[in-house]
Design a protein around this ligand. Structure first.
Ligand code: DQA
Length: 146
């Protein structure tokens, strides 16, 4: 049987993690996200496609494609988490599970990060474990999908 594909989507500024606040993100770069996602996908028997965009409309188009192909999604919407109703509406149209992930714990940060407009339309959210947040999301999908 062919492996289920998982789409990992990353929102704005995650491509420049190595230049962001080390107190929140540690000493990691975007390529570390790619590495852990490839490892975790193969541990759980998934194929994986990993994408990043700073552009809301591009993320929405990828979510539409995932909805049409019934692809499960692991999604770090980054700052769009806190205010993009357009992304929330696109996530709500997904047909397979979507797990929201964050490297940091937004609830321990500035007040504007305490709201996730995405959280209500995903299967569940994982935050605060650094790169491990992505690995935990694959473990969750391993239980939910197949
Ligand atoms: C983030 C948390 C967001 O508040 C922030 O805007 C990001 C990254 C995280 O992974 O911790 O860009 O989604």
């Amino acid at each position: 049987m062919s492996e289920t594909k998982v789409l990992v989507l990353n929102g704005p500024n995650l491509s420049r993690l190595d230049l962001r606040e080390k107190s929140f993100y540690g000493d990691i770069s975007y390529s570390d996200i790619e590495v852990i996602c490839h490892q975790a996908a193969s541990e759980h028997g998934f194929q994986v496609e990993i994408k990043q965009s700073n552009d809301e409309s591009e993320l929405i188009n990828w979510l539409h494609q995932a909805a049409d192909s019934k692809t499960p999604v692991i999604f770090n919407p980054a700052a769009f988490t806190h205010y993009s109703y357009a992304i929330r509406d696109a996530v709500a149209m997904l047909k397979a599970p979507c797990i929201e992930v964050h490297l940091s714990n937004p609830l321990s940060r500035e007040e504007f990060r305490h709201t996730s407009v995405i959280a209500g339309v995903v299967q569940g959210s994982i935050a605060g474990f650094g790169l491990e947040s992505y690995r935990l999301a694959f473990a969750a999908l391993g239980k939910l999908v197949k």
